[in-house]
Design a protein around this ligand. Structure first.
Ligand code: FO1
Length: 313
């Protein structure tokens, strides 16, 4: 069993590669839930849905999130009723949030509901929320604290980030399913997701960081920073304003003590000695995934790297 830790679109791409190259039922993805929020009375879980839709082969290829060929009639009507419609939810995507919210209100856990949605879409990987309790990322900015989607979508990540808070994290607990998957894991893979607001909340669930730190099998991270820039999203600007080096080395430094190996892009090959000096092995590989072949190739390279690290232990 391979456990992958993932956030949004970049993480979903590598998770998809792993899903394609691993034997059936050998992948568990633990997803960030600190981007989750309520809108129009519905619970929306962007990262869980992005991973689920991607593995199900129904994700919108243009955005990476949402559903391919979705229509937006419900949102248009909500706009006519005067609702603020900055968060683009398609009609089919709405169905996911309605189904989830209904089950959560009837008392089901987020883990159980997510499993139902994943199964209904024909995905045979396990996709596990990092915890069942609500956790919400708050972004500190010079204009004051912002809820994550307000910062990310509504304000287009244009604010300088001076701090991050995961509200509710102290009450969060690792789920039995996540702990069970980690117990079974032959390797743990940190997907190329934002280390601060995607992988960060997963590791902030009390007990999970420690669990990963003492994991007996190989643990490998793929850098989401390539050539000093985030492939998508605000990770580069966030790292900089929070005082971290904006490079694959900066990401490796954040994961020190948690991973045995870093996968960095060919363009960053010169960073290898500094990353090795952190006590990590380095794999230099093409990490930019533009199509499904890239996803599978990178996943294969990452799994081989895990195997080599495992054998050398
Ligand atoms: N991201 C956007 O940039 N704009 C949107 O309008 C938007 C809508 C949306 C709807 C459902 C969903 O599951 C995700 C959506 N996302 C949107 C993506 C998402 O908010 C972010 O990519 C993640 O939270 C960051 O990982």
């Amino acid at each position: 069993m391979i456990v992958a830790l993932a956030g949004g679109v970049g993480g979903a791409k590598l998770a998809d590669g792993l899903y394609r190259v691993l034997p059936p039922r050998q992948l568990t993805v633990i997803v960030n839930t600190a981007d989750d929020f309520d809108i129009f009375g519905l619970r929306v879980c962007p990262d869980a849905d992005t991973v689920t839709y991607t593995l199900a082969g129904v994700a919108n290829p243009a955005t990476g999130w949402g559903i391919a060929d979705d229509t937006f009639e419900t949102l248009r009507m909500l706009g006519r009723y005067g609702r603020d419609v900055w968060f683009q939810i398609g009609d089919r995507d709405f169905a996911t949030h309605i189904a989830r919210t209904e089950r959560l209100r009837s008392g089901a856990s987020l883990t159980a509901v997510t499993a139902e949605l994943v199964t209904a879409l024909g995905v045979t990987a396990d996709i596990l929320p990092m915890c069942d309790e609500p956790v919400a990322t708050q972004v500190m900015t010079p204009s004051g604290p912002l809820e994550f989607q307000e910062y990310f979508v509504h304000r287009h990540q244009s604010d300088t980030v001076t701090g991050i808070i995961f509200r509710g994290i102290d009450q969060a607990r690792p789920t039995g399913a996540a702990l069970g998957a980690l117990r079974e894991a032959t390797a743990v893979i940190f997907c190329p997701s934002n280390p601060v607001v995607s992988v960060g909340p997963i590791l902030a669930v009390p007990g999970l960081r420690e669990r990963v730190a003492r994991h007996p099998g190989p643990r490998v991270a793929v850098s989401p920073i390539v050539g000093g820039r985030a492939l998508r999203g605000p990770a580069d600007r966030m790292l900089e304003s929070l005082g971290h080096e904006v490079s694959a080395y900066g990401v490796a430094a954040l994961y020190r003590g948690l991973v045995d190996g870093m996968v960095i892009d060919e363009i960053d090959a010169s960073l290898a000695p500094r990353i090795e000096a952190l006590g990590m092995k380095v794999l230099i590989a093409p990490t930019v995934m533009t199509d499904s072949n890239d996803r599978s190739s990178l996943a294969t390279r990452v799994l081989e790297f895990c195997e080599r690290i495992g054998q050398a232990r």
